[in-house]
Structures are given as structure tokens and as C-alpha cells.
Write a protein that binds this ligand. Structure first.
Ligand code: ADP
Ligand code: MG
Length: 396
């Protein structure tokens, strides 16, 4: 990356400097007439963030560029040695900017999810997915272990920001043991980052690959149950995840947590662009006809994920087929063969998840209840299907 001139720390550290917060997010925070904050926008020519004063006037929100050089910050007729002092000057009385009277009344400070680069430390790469690279790190102040997700952008920082904020907006709303905890986002400079709870066990997919037949059936059932609890929580919050798969579930201290909210939407129905690449192997076949994803398409994906959880050795669903074949076959009614290590109770649940009639699929709550029953049955009788298939798995 070309060497760039950064804003001085004193400007970046202002409590009301929200960094590259997008307009739609800052608009929500500027509630009353006179509410203001500093935001920054990427100037691609200079490859640096340019400061703006965002303020709500009676007629709407305005954003004024602040001219900053190494010795001064200027806006309209006012000038000061730095942005903080400039704001102090502007707050003293009404200023006229572009023919409108502007009064700065209340500085809006950053929220608890807005962290800064100096708050985190990260180096070691943990993994990468379709959209980004994830690093292991820590929160400097508390030494808390974290995962830092950086979107791979090929220099298009605005697009990365838009994608990242979709993930941040939904993740902020959740707090559940089976959902990866969200600590915050970082916008004070590029690269923009998401900060998440660190999961020491990595992804379920990696665990399935590494442990192979050593992973017992009981654990596989427990993992399925945890994931169902996470999805139930999301669906109750009227969110659809849209990327349920073993690679997007993480393990922390033997608890499975749903992760990767890159495609998640806080809505009950979401139109999809079928020309864009999708997770075809987990995609409910009716989506090709109706062009919509819903809670019951998450449930279909959950069924495919159950298959992943039990297939030994781990394999990608329909690994012998290219994507278009998967699409053609599943639309024709074909479904994955039941893994040999899967107990009949689990097979039944899996098949319900991928019924052709989407309305007949269990809800996430029903799914969680069925799994709870299965676990209870397994605990009450030592010779249940669970135990039988457990010995089958270990005999493999
Ligand atoms: N919180 C985390 N703790 C530990 N590893 C993680 C964490 N988040 C992601 N990873 C690792 O990074 C990979 C990609 O993360 P993911 O959120 O799925 O990114 P993408 O949106 O690019 O698919 C995961 O499969 C996992 O191996
Ligand atoms: Mg992923």
C-alpha cells in the first residue's frame, strides 16, 4: 500500500470521531436538530480518510468537508489548529455554511461497539473464507482473546465497508451462547475490521476433518443441538442467516457457535440474485423458483449441515458433482444418502429439514425440541440407537 498521510492522532481520538461510519449508520445516530459528529470518507486519489462534519439540521443531515493540513483544520470561515479546536470554535455561535445556518448543539460520541486500531493487537492467521481473512488477536486493555475479521477487498475499501457493516449491524443485535459474540468494528483507519469472540476449537468443519472417526456420535448430536439453539435464537429475532454450513460454525470450549453473518439479514424474507454465486450445495431447491430465502431455507441448509456433521470421513456435500449438477439433482428431488454413522432418530430429523414442501419443514424451535428429545432418549437407555451407532462409528 502506498504510504499515506494519516490524520493526526488528536483528530482520530476525538470521542465524536466515528471514522468511516457509513451515512445510513450516522444518520440513525444524529437524531435531533444540532446533533453532530465527525466522520471520514475514503479519498481514493489520496488513499486516505478525509474528515467531514456531519450535522442534523431541521431540513436534514448535512456533511461538510473539513480542510485539514498539517497545521490547521478549516470549515467555512472558521479555522483552528486541529479538528477538536475547530469544533469548539464552531460550537460558540451560529455559522453560515452554503447559505444555511448551522448550530452545533450536541456531540454524538462513539458507541460501545466502535473500537479503534490501537485497541487491538493481531498477527496470526486463523483462517479464511469466501470473503475475508481471520486473525487471532487480543484486546489491548483487557488482554481478552479475540478474532479479527478483515474483508479481502482488492483495494475497494468502500465495497468492503458496505459488506462489513451488513455483518456488524446484525451481529450487534445478538447475545447468545450459541452465537459468536460480537465485540465491535473498527473504522478509524483502513483496513476496516470486525472484532469477534475467539473460538479456540476453530470451525466445526475443521474439527470433523481432523478428528474423523474419532469424534463420537454423542458429540456430533450435541454439536447439532447447539447449532439448532443458535438458529432458533436468530429466527426468533426475525433474522435469517443464509449461510448455514459446517464451515460457518465454530467451537469454543466444546460449545458450537454460529458464525459468519456476512449473508445474514434482519428480515423474514430476502430476495436473492440467482445470477450471483451462492452456496448451492446448502441451497433449498425451491429458491431457484421463487428467488427468496426464508427461515425454512435456513432449515434446509441445516439438514445438509446435519449430513456434514455425521459423514465420516468428512466430505463436501455431493463432492462428486459440480454445482450445476447439485442444482439439477436436488430440484429433481434427489437428496444426500444418509451417513452410515447417523442414528435413525437423527436421520429422521435431517430428512424433515429438506422436505420439498418448505412449509412442512420443522421450525427451528421444533428442531431444537426434537434434538432435545433425542438426547434425552439416548441418556435414558444405554442401548438406544445412539449407543448402537456410537459403537458403529468407533468400529470404523
Ligand atoms: N471467532 C473466530 N474464532 C476462531 N476462528 C475463526 C473465527 N471466525 C472465523 N474463524 C476462522 O476463519 C474462517 C473464516 O471465517 P468466516 O467468518 O466464515 O469468513 P468468511 O465470511 O470469509 O467465510 C472460519 O472457517 C474459521 O476457521
Ligand atoms: Mg464463511
Amino acid at each position: 500500500m502506498a504510504k499515506k498521510e494519516k490524520l493526526p492522532e488528536e483528530d482520530i481520538n476525538l470521542p465524536y470521531n466515528h471514522g468511516a461510519l457509513m451515512n445510513q449508520d450516522s444518520d440513525q445516530l444524529l437524531v435531533n436538530d444540532g446533533d453532530f459528529m465527525v466522520v471520514m470518507k475514503m479519498n481514493p486519489e489520496l488513499n486516505r480518510l478525509q474528515p467531514y462534519l456531519a450535522v442534523r439540521l431541521k431540513k436534514g443531515i448535512r456533511r461538510y468537508e473539513i480542510k485539514r493540513n498539517s497545521t490547521s483544520a478549516k470549515l467555512a470561515t472558521k479555522s483552528a489548529p486541529n479538528i477538536g479546536k475547530l469544533i469548539d470554535v464552531l460550537q460558540k455561535d451560529t455559522v453560515e455554511i452554503k447559505g444555511e445556518k448551522v448550530i452545533l448543539k450536541r456531540a454524538i460520541a462513539k458507541g460501545k461497539f466502535q473500537l479503534m486500531h490501537k485497541d487491538v493487537d493481531f498477527k496470526k492467521k486463523l483462517g479464511s473464507g469466501a470473503y475475508g481473512t481471520v486473525y487471532r488477536g487480543r484486546l489491548v486493555k483487557t488482554n481478552t482473546k479475540i478474532a479479527v475479521k478483515k474483508l479481502d477487498t482488492e483495494g475497494n475499501d468502500d465495497e468492503a465497508l458496505a459488506e462489513m457493516m451488513k455483518e456488524a449491524r446484525v451481529m450487534q443485535l445478538y447475545d447468545h451462547p450459541n452465537i459468536v459474540k460480537f465485540y465491535g468494528y473498527i473504522l478509524d483507519d483502513i483496513p476496516y475490521l470486525l472484532v469477534l469472540e475467539f473460538c479456540n476449537g476453530g470451525s466445526v468443519e475443521d474439527t470433523l476433518v481432523e478428528k474423523g472417526a474419532k469424534l463420537d456420535t454423542r458429540t456430533r448430536i450435541t454439536f447439532t443441538y447447539h447449532a439448532a439453539c443458535g438458529i432458533e435464537y436468530l429466527h426468533k429475532k426475525k433474522c435469517i442467516h443464509r449461510d448455514i454450513a459446517a464451515r460457518n460454525c465454530l467451537i469454543h470450549k466444546d460449545i458450537v457457535k454460529i458464525a459468519d453473518f456476512g449473508l445474514c439479514r434482519a428480515t423474514s424474507v430476502y430476495k436473492v440474485d440467482l445470477n450471483k454465486p451462492t452456496n448451492i450445495r446448502w441451497l433449498a431447491p425451491e429458491v431457484w423458483d421463487i428467488g427468496e430465502t426464508k427461515a425454512n431455507t435456513d432449515i434446509y441448509a441445516f439438514g445438509v449441515m446435519m449430513w456434514e456433521y455425521f459423514e465420516v470421513p468428512y466430505d463436501t456435500p455431493y463432492s462428486a458433482w459440480k454445482g450445476y449438477m447439485v442444482k439439477q439433482k436436488t430440484r429433481g428431488g434427489y437428496r444426500l444418502p444418509t451417513p452410515s454413522a447417523m442414528p435413525p432418530e437423527m436421520e429422521e430429523i435431517m430428512k424433515e429439514c429438506w422436505q420439498v414442501d418448505a412449509t412442512k419443514r420443522p421450525t427451528a424451535t421444533e428442531l431444537r425440541e426434537k434434538l432435545e428429545e433425542t438426547i434425552a432418549k439416548g441418556e435414558n437407555s444405554g442401548t438406544s440407537g445412539l449407543e448402537k451407532s456410537k459403537s458403529q462409528t468407533s468400529a470404523k
